[in-house]
Design a protein around this ligand. Structure first.
Ligand code: COI
Length: 356
């Protein structure tokens, strides 16, 4: 641990007020948070302190220009009480990639890992063992310089908050293939976890929800002929016995669950094709019965089965298969993540036990 982390503990834990058997995703937060300020060209001494409001000037640039990025990670506890994270270095690298695209400074790796490890040790009682339980970790960076000049901020806050989690989507997910609105464009910020990418999806997604869909599967902005991602998750299609998913690009998030699943599925002998996916081929496969499964993959969503989709007012339902890939892959992935199975890939990261 670096000696540059200051810790102020919460006087009283809120944990007794939480019903861990009935958690709405991301709505209750643990006792502590990590905060590090950037000013005068460098990250200052990071601190962990009781979870609470951030004091911000109304002219802070994040409020005006949306200069903000974030990450989503999870921690798991095994039956011995040991804590694990899944490929956290990937999240660290990705938040810095996102930051770079939004003209924000890269964060310091030691600060990130020391902060996370200490925070997870302090709030370890909030991580429940057992299938389906995890702690969702939300690192984010916001521009805090005061002033409405449209230019990159010279001051930032890097913050990490944590929320005990169960599932993101309850029940089956129905999706709408986008044929008008778009999520991202070539040369844009679609690959980054920029806050604005999510805000821009809210309106079209609300329109889709009014029609009974949980999510929109975004298509390419110029032709709407290619399926890209669902905004909260990357998407996989099973046609006959082949899994197909779109390649990442500057329009599509390089999902950590996505790339892990590609490797995991291939290691099981499943044929995985990473290539542009045409809307027309998926519609045709649904019509001729060769489309067996669709599912979304993401940190929050894990693997969420998609039970049907609509494209230009044509609705398709997917079959309920006995030998579906999605539940099998989900079980293998989550068992690996929570130290209930071997990890031949070296993806699991054990959080060191720290006296705090
Ligand atoms: C995640 O899967 O962690 C994400 O960041 C998606 C978010 C919309 C919950």
């Amino acid at each position: 641990m670096t000696d540059t982390l200051t810790i102020t503990k919460a006087q009283k834990s809120k944990i007794d007020q939480v019903d861990f058997s009935n958690l709405a995703f991301g709505s209750i937060f643990t006792d502590h948070m990590f905060v590090c300020e950037y000013k005068d060209g460098s990250w200052q001494t990071p601190e962990i302190k009781p979870y609470g409001p951030l004091e911000m000037d109304p002219a802070s640039k994040v409020f005006h220009y949306g200069q903000a990025v974030f990450e989503g990670m999870k921690a798991y506890k095994d039956d011995n009480g040991d804590i694990f994270m899944f490929r956290p270095e990937e999240n660290f690298n990705r938040i810095n990639k996102s930051s770079e695209r939004l003209a924000m400074p890269a964060f310091d790796k030691d600060y990130f890992f020391d902060g996370l490890n200490t925070l997870l040790n302090l709030d370890k009682d909030w991580i429940k063992p057992g299938e389906g339980n995890s702690l969702y970790i939300r690192p984010f960076v916001i521009a805090t310089e005061n002033g409405v000049l449209a230019s990159p901020s010279t001051e930032y806050k890097f913050v990490i908050i944590c929320a005990p989690a169960q599932s993101y989507y309850s029940g089956k997910v129905r999706v709408l293939f986008a044929d008008h609105y778009s999520r991202s464009a070539d040369g844009g910020v679609g690959f980054a976890k920029a806050a604005g990418n999510y805000a821009a999806q809210f309106y079209p997604t609300e329109l889709a929800k009014e029609k009974g869909y949980n999510q929109v599967v975004w298509t390419d902005a110029s032709t709407h002929e290619y399926l890209e991602e669902a905004g909260t998750m990357n998407v996989f299609f099973r046609v006959n016995d082949t899994l197909i998913t779109a390649p990442t690009s500057d329009r599509i998030l390089d999902g950590i669950t996505r790339k892990s699943l590609i490797e995991l599925a291939r290691s099981q002998g499943i044929n995985v094709e990473v290539r542009p996916v045409k809307v027309s081929e998926i519609v045709e496969a649904a019509e001729n019965g060769s489309l067996k499964e669709m599912f979304g993959a993401g940190t929050a969503a894990v693997i969420s089965v998609i039970s049907g989709f609509t494209h230009k007012d044509k609705q398709f339902d997917l079959p309920d298969l006995d030998d579906a890939y999605a539940p099998k892959l989900k079980k293998q992935l989550t068992e690996l993540q929570a130290n209930r199975a071997e990890d031949p890939f070296g993806w699991r990261y054990e959080v060191p036990a720290i006296e705090v």
